[in-house]
Ligand binder design. Structure first.
Ligand code: TEU
Ligand code: CA
Length: 562
């Protein structure tokens, strides 16, 4: 086992817009993060990942960047950033930034230049194409945010590619000049002292030459098709990442995590393998994509525990000794984990603690998304008009045209999977707007803030927060949590998730009840118990209780040394 700070650390993800507002404009800011360092320190996290804080017209909340080396005015100044970074470092916390380089904003000077003429030196910074023979879009790809992935630009009469919104034109990585501009920009941030990058949709940067249309069999209700085979982990992806490593990353003690959709554990080994010189770890999506129906996330359906086990077991075993996993259930794009994988009503606290026990005992680096540590839940706004996310609003426009879903059906889907579930303001206390702002918040707070908030959680010794704190303390003491090898037991069980962790002579047993019922645990015969020492649990457990036939309460979690 090769020890690394980014393997042993715990990452806390901050969505700055919704974290803490210090000037009453309803928008979280950098000073707000600085103000909360003591809170983060108390929780025990060691690394922070910030969602984009760069200059941006905010079509997609900062994922459309118009200047990679300037701070979004609403968030503060470069001085505010420097102060934040130095105070974090003083507190022993590292900082990783979001790197969004599959696309820029259409208001980036590169794009303004690029669209101005076919002869512009910046033309090749983006992906331009003439219309097809019928005068329509160059191919049939659907964008991630509904509608065609192509936009006609009047100035030159050509189309540009945008896999996301039309204000997020894709950068052309085939162009070496563009690649080197990006490397220089990364270097500039490293020289400022940051500790790494989370790389947005980094496995979309290489597209198949010619950009062919997807097959007719893939064409859907909107006449468009998912063209993933031509841009997901495209032909030059690994080459580009190795070049980036050579030119930039190898010069720093950096942490990198790539956001990679549609990947297998085999891809995972290629991206994160020790001798590959690409990335430290990736975010894969298989487990968070569980339970999607005919229109994906908008039409959710039930999922089974055995499906979750199959996915996670595969990632745990196939990367063991070869690569490294990142461990997460939610982030700014996903519903709240306690709502999706636990129970956000009767057993909110129990299930929040159980899910934490799970993630923090798997092999890999765990990520906590802001508010997860107090068990924040999905928001159930009563009307679509209360949501702000362009993914939701574009889908709404789309269904009005195609009629593929009713408004009510879409609202139900949004309640389960909409991205704004994660983006409602952080709940600090029971005051107006949850203490997030003295003004009007940019997105409504979750009405449950009177009960679920930080002040409450700090007071209550039995809170989700204090349980996370214990888990993080344990993780600092016991290397087995990060590095121990995972082995699944009771593979077929639909309620209990049971596994052992092994590191040299040390052996732990993790018992998790993923259901809202009492479940009988019968010790599998192959499981030998040398000892039985309770390390942590989310209910009171009689320490003398012998592990043989035991009743596990709803969402119960126990860790034993055995
Ligand atoms: O997300 C990319 C992605 O693949 C999805 O998570 C997507 O945002 C959505 O959930 C599809 O249903 C990254 C960022 O995390 C996201 O916030 C950005 O909107 C997107 O890239 C574009 O930069
Ligand atoms: Ca503010």
């Amino acid at each position: 086992m090769e020890r690394k700070w980014w393997k042993e650390g715990v990452v806390y993800q901050i969505y700055p817009r919704s974290f803490y507002d210090t000037n009453g404009d309803g928008i979280g800011d950098l000073k707000g993060i600085t103000a909360k360092i003591p809170y983060l320190k108390e929780l025990g996290i060691t690394i922070i990942w910030l969602n984009p804080i760069y200059a941006s017209p905010n079509d997609d909340n900062g994922y459309d960047i118009s200047n990679y080396q300037a701070i979004l005015q609403e968030f503060g100044t470069m001085e505010d950033f420097e102060e934040l970074l130095s105070k974090l470092h003083k507190a022993g916390i590292k900082l990783i930034m979001d790197l969004v380089v599959n696309h820029s904003s259409d208001e980036h000077p590169w794009f303004l230049e690029s669209k101005s003429s076919e002869d512009s030196p910046y033309r090749e910074y983006y992906i331009w194409k003439k219309s097809n023979q019928d005068g329509g879009e160059p191919n049939n790809w659907r964008s991630f945010f509904s509608g065609s992935a192509w936009q006609l630009d009047e100035t030159t009469g050509e189309y540009y590619l945008h896999l996301f919104s039309k204000k997020q034109p894709d950068l052309n990585w085939e162009n070496e000049k563009l690649r080197h501009e990006i490397y220089q920009m990364m270097q500039w941030w490293f020289e400022k002292g940051i500790d790494g990058f989370r790389m947005d949709v980094i496995n979309l940067i290489s597209k198949v030459e010619g950009l062919p249309s997807a097959g007719k069999d893939k064409v859907g209700f909107d006449g468009l098709a998912w063209g993933g085979e031509y841009f997901v982990t495209g032909p030059r992806t690994h080459e580009y990442l190795q070049e980036m490593h050579r030119e930039v990353l190898s010069k720093y003690d950096a942490m990198t995590v790539g956001e990679t959709c549609d990947v297998t554990p085999e891809d995972g080994v290629l991206f994160t393998g020790k001798d590959r010189d690409e990335l430290n770890m990736i975010f894969q999506f298989e487990h968070v994509n569980l339970g999607q129906g005919k229109e994906g996330k908008w039409t959710p359906k039930p999922w089974k525990l055995t499906e979750l086990k199959e996915i996670m077991d595969k990632w745990q075993t196939k990367l063991h000794g070869k690569g490294w996993n990142s461990l997460y259930f939610n982030n700014h794009d996903q519903p709240r984990q306690v709502s999706k994988f636990g129970d956000d009503k009767v057993y909110r606290k129990e299930s929040a603690k159980m899910l934490a026990t799970y993630l923090h005992t798997l092999e890999g680096t765990p990520y906590i998304y802001q508010g997860e540590e107090i068990g924040m839940t999905n928001v159930y706004f009563e009307e679509l008009k209360h949501y702000k996310d362009l993914e939701i609003l574009n889908k709404w426009e789309e269904i009005k045209q195609t009629g593929s879903l009713t408004e009510k059906e879409l609202l139900e889907g949004v309640h389960v999977n909409g991205r704004d579930n994660a983006r409602t303001p952080m709940q600090w206390n029971a005051n107006r707007h949850a203490g997030f702002t003295t003004g009007e918040p940019w997105l409504g707070v979750n009405p449950n803030y009177a009960v679920i908030n930080v002040e409450e959680a700090l007071k209550d010794k039995d809170s989700v927060f204090h349980y996370y704190k214990k888990l993080l303390e344990l993780r600092k003491k016991h290397l087995i949590m990060a590095y121990g090898q995972y082995e699944l037991l009771l593979k077929e069980d639909e309620q209990l998730y049971v596994y052992t962790k092994t590191l040299e002579e040390e052996r732990w047993l993790v018992l998790l009840n993923f259901s809202n019922q009492k479940v009988l645990f019968e010790r599998p015969r192959q499981l030998q118990l040398m000892r039985q020492e309770l390390i942590l649990s989310n209910y009171k457990v009689d320490e003398k209780e012998v592990l043989e036939k035991n009743i596990l309460k709803p969402y119960e979690a126990r860790i034993y040394r055995i």
